[in-house]
Design a protein around this ligand. Structure first.
Ligand SMILES: C=CC1=C(C)c2cc3[nH]c(cc4nc(cc5[nH]c(cc1n2)c(C)c5CCC(=O)O)C(CCC(=O)O)=C4C)c(C)c3C=C
Ligand SMILES: [Fe+2]
Length: 440
């Protein structure tokens, strides 16, 4: 490192050995200088974590969600910082091959979400896993949610008679420009975790353990900005790449009665019994034209969404979780009638049947050929009734002013399987129902 090194020019410590400099500083002056140099003295970081390439630390690597339960994890559990949706084609050729796949997936998900050590193999063979998390893996808040697409119910596996009634191949809405390479799939896996290494490691483990059974069709990674906790203990919704809080009006996931009505399939839905405790998953990859958005006046942005950008409050003011008032605003002079939130949820008699549970992640993929950033929203929503939920809401949004700034390019509809009990595997109820129908 020289004084004239372009990377260090203007730096007050240029030309000094960095470590000797830090060690030699007096206690009084060291704090600020060390923090600005290394990050080691920043709040929440141990003072000795001073090396550039030291692993960042996290207090949540031990977080684990239970594997057994009547419902899968990753739906009503809080959305962590990292999400990834991977759609697969099933290569298994028949029912027994599919059972083998579902058993293997269940066994891998159980291990990955609970954590543990990998078997050490004779080095003449390939190692058991990728090694990217080391020989012992922490659960790190990982959930892997398994869902099935309409194509799984074709002639290959004898499942046609037990298909969830509303499961269909996603068709295009008017503003869509769907890329066939990023649509549909026999199976989807939604990975959520506290860090990207954990989701990538899990995906590679699953691919390694399902040769000849499963092939990746498309994948989209996403993230949510992490925030410091507020001193008053209140929570705030994370922001999307258009700068607005996203998720504010989601139905509360800790309200079990409401979740049972809106999200989980049960006896009240006209669905096969095996599907109870499952849910419909609607996935959309929605490109955001961020350069155009960033040149749009704030008042226009807020009118498009129907919320204030900085606070996330309704247009009339207040705080994020205050309810928008539409009754006293019939002509939309406060919250425009064509604003995103008013179209998505007009809060009229009966519109509560159309509520959905959104679990979106921001994505950033690189750059388009024209130099524009390829960024957007990995939109994921869960509902017990796909028609009343996502499809009705999307039809209401068709033609909204936001369309000038967004372009849906991919996604699909899937059915999230019910959870799994000890000794069982995901999808066993579906296969048993199909076997029973065939034998009858
Ligand atoms: C079909 C369903 C929906 C799609 C697709 C969708 C895309 C989309 N949304 C935003 C940003 C925001 N959405 C907000 C609210 C909101 N969005 C939907 C549905 C879809 N959004 C609903 C049902 C709601 C809640 C409406 C209500 O009950 O008031 C908001 C406001 C804050 C919030 O409540 O989350 C924002 C911001 C983008 C950027 C986007 C596609 C790229
Ligand atoms: Fe929305």
């Amino acid at each position: 490192m020289s004084k004239h090194d372009p990377q260090t020019q203007g730096c007050p410590f240029a030309g000094l050995d960095r470590r000797r400099f830090l060690q030699g500083l007096g206690a009084a002056g060291a704090g600020i200088a060390a923090a600005s140099l290394s990050g080691g003295a920043l709040a929440g970081q141990p003072a000795h974590a001073a090396e550039v390439a030291d692993a960042p630390t996290s207090a949540t690597t031990g977080q684990a969600y239970p594997w057994h339960g009547d419902k899968q994890q990753g739906i009503t559990t809080p959305r962590p910082a990292v999400g990834m949706l991977v759609a697969f084609d099933v290569l298994a050729r028949d029912r027994d091959g599919l059972e083998q796949l579902l058993r293997t997936l269940s066994e891998r998900i159980a291990f990955l979400t609970q954590g543990g050590s990998y078997e050490q193999r004779d080095p003449r063979y390939p190692p058991v896993d990728s090694g990217i998390l080391g020989p012992t893996i922490d659960p790190d808040g990982l959930t892997i949610t398994l869902s099935v697409g309409a194509s799984l119910f074709d002639e290959r596996f004898g499942l046609a008679d037990v298909k969830p009634r509303q499961l269909e191949r996603m068709t295009a809405f008017p503003n869509d420009a769907l890329d066939a390479a990023r649509c549909h799939g026999d199976i989807s896996l939604q990975f959520c975790a506290n860090s990207e290494g954990t989701t990538i490691h899990a995906l590679r483990d699953i691919i390694k353990n399902t040769p000849g059974l499963l092939m990746v069709r498309w994948k989209q990674e996403g993230s949510v900005p992490v925030m410091a906790p507020r001193p008053d203990g209140e929570t705030e919704s994370a922001r999307n790449f258009l700068g607005f809080r996203d998720g504010t009006a989601n139905p509360p996931a800790d309200d079990r009665t409401l979740m049972q009505q809106l999200v989980w399939v049960d006896r009240s839905n006209d669905e096969p019994a095996w599907a109870h405790n499952g849910s419909y998953q609607a996935v959309r990859l929605i490109r955001n034209f961020v350069e155009r958005w960033d040149r749009t006046p704030l008042q226009e942005q807020e009118a498009i969404f129907g919320r204030r950008r900085d606070s996330g409050s309704p247009m009339h003011g207040g705080v994020e979780h205050d309810l928008p008032q539409y009754a006293g605003d019939p002509d939309g002079s406060v919250t425009p009638l064509d604003s995103h939130i008013r179209l998505a949820n007009p809060r009229t008699h009966g519109s509560e049947r159309n509520l959905i549970l959104r679990r979106p992640f921001n994505y950033s993929n690189g750059v388009e050929a024209n130099g524009q950033l390829d960024m957007g929203l990995l939109f994921i929503a869960y509902q017990a009734d796909l028609q009343a939920g996502f499809i009705t809401v999307q039809k209401r949004l068709d033609g909204e002013p936001l369309e000038e700034y967004i372009k849906p390019i991919g996604g699909g509809y899937f059915f999230t399987l019910p959870g799994v009990q000890a000794g069982d595997y995901l999808g066993s109820g579906m296969l048993a129902a199909a076997d029973a129908t065939r034998d009858a």
